[in-house]
Design a protein around this ligand. Structure first.
Ligand code: HEM
Length: 397
């Protein structure tokens, strides 16, 4: 009877009472309010959209990756044929494969920009140290996803990428050869290498990535997006110290209006909805449109089938691994020089991750932090120079 009475009502009333029923049980309205009406900084909103764009691009990778799994066969003898089939016989196969590749390229660029913005604005300082550490690990996981993905097609490019990359642990003293054999499944790249790399690419790394994204966003909600000095105003002789104190004193939820001349909360906030979400959506949509177009125009390359016996194929790394590839060239000058070089990369990665604990000053504005900004820019310059040298060597620019 209750069902018949419900069906007899006009549609709008039926929808409203249906939603009311769900809301009473799931608390949807209060959840939406909490999610949408959070105060965020008014200044720098376009730069803050980079974090959401990173999230949108990761979801795009998940979606296109699931589509690829409908055809891809993770077998040494069939991987290439399955992708060839996807490229030539599936209605949108080549396009979606291109989106997965171009999505990865754009994602790495955007995550790098997001990192740069949080670095320049010193958002990694107290109380956001863990935002940075979790972010740095997310960056390395993303690079890991990109390189394991590049091995899967089992064309010449994928096969030789697998040979070079699974050989890198070999340079580690004592444990290196053990790690290489564990990854390869034997001394050489073969069927087991593909199965293990596939497992890492679709299960291990995404699991860690999504778990950590959850943590990163939880911390973001806890501290708010107010790590940057541009969101605070001071009226003392020591603005840096005052800003730090304000950041520590200000407790979310922040008021969307000023509360006085020396207000504890950041200056000028707006609600996440609709102000910030609008910027987030614009940036994400533009980036996804670029990926759509690039994947349609350029697609994703599929080389010849892998030929482990070839002596003429010159493997070229993905652009984001050019600096590391250029470093591997140090090998002919001596094993120890290479181990030293790789050691430096490891130390650099560790220092990057632990940056909040190395830079303990109060200063937040870039010009007041030369001891951090100059080494940071120098490091970026070394990476760019290595990339240019690598590109020059491989592509005769
Ligand atoms: C999967 C990758 C990542 C996702 C999905 C992600 C997502 C986000 C989002 C949505 C925000 C808030 C908006 C913004 O400030 O841009 C944010 C803030 C932040 N992220 Fe990330 N992020 C990622 C990687 C990184 C990396 C690589 C770093 C640095 C190593 C980082 C450090 C931070 C910091 C410190 C904040 C706080 C900013 C502030 O309060 O001013 N994140 N992240």
């Amino acid at each position: 009877m209750a069902v018949l009475r419900f069906l007899a009502r006009p549609l709008s009333r039926r929808l409203r009472s249906g939603y009311g029923w769900v809301d009473e049980r799931a608390g949807t309205t209060s959840m939406l309010h909490k999610g949408l009406y959070e105060a965020v900084p008014k200044r720098g909103g376009w730069a803050y959209a980079l974090g959401s764009a990173t999230l949108a691009l990761i979801l795009l990778q998940l979606f296109t990756g699931i589509f690829l799994l409908l055809d891809y066969v993770p077998s040494f003898s069939q991987a290439y044929d399955s992708l060839h089939y996807l490229e030539t016989s599936d209605r949108f196969g080549a396009w979606v494969r291109g989106m997965h590749l171009w999505g990865a390229y754009v994602l790495i660029l955007v995550i790098g920009l997001h990192m740069l913005r949080t670095f320049l604005s010193a958002s990694y300082k107290r109380p956001r140290e863990l935002n940075w550490v979790s972010g740095a690990v997310l960056f390395f996981l993303t690079l890991g996803l990109a390189i394991t993905g590049a091995m899967l097609p089992m064309d010449n490019a994928g096969y030789w990428t697998a040979v070079v990359v699974t050989n890198i642990p070999h340079y580690l003293p004592f444990i290196g050869d053990g790690i290489r054999s564990l990854w390869r499944g034997s001394d050489f790249v073969g069927p087991v290498t593909l199965t293990r790399t596939f497992g890492i690419h679709i299960w291990v790394l995404p699991f860690l990535l999504f778990a950590l994204i959850g943590g990163h966003l939880m911390l973001l909600r806890r501290h708010g997006e107010f790590g940057s000095w541009v969101n605070y105003q001071t009226d003392t002789d020591d603005p840096e110290r005052e800003i730090t104190e304000r950041i520590l004193r200000a407790e979310p939820p922040y008021p969307t209006k000023r509360t006085g001349r020396r207000w504890a909360a950041p200056r000028d906030t707006v609600d996440f909805f609709p102000d910030q979400i609008f910027k987030d959506i614009v940036i994400s949509v533009v980036l996804i449109a670029v990926i759509f177009v690039m994947s349609y125009v350029a697609g994703a390359p599929l080389d010849e089938r892998a030929d482990p016996a070839t002596l003429t194929y010159v493997p070229t790394p993905e652009w984001f691994y050019l600096p590391l590839d250029q470093m591997l060239l140090l090998y002919p000058s001596g094993y120890l020089i290479l181990v030293g070089g790789l050691g430096l990369v490891g130390i650099g990665a560790l220092m990057l991750t632990l940056l909040p604990f190395l830079d303990r000053s109060h200063a937040r504005a870039p010009l007041r932090r030369p001891e951090v900004i100059i080494p940071g820019l120098f490091l970026a310059l070394v990476v760019v120079i290595l990339a240019v040298l690598g590109a020059n060597r491989l592509f005769n620019l």
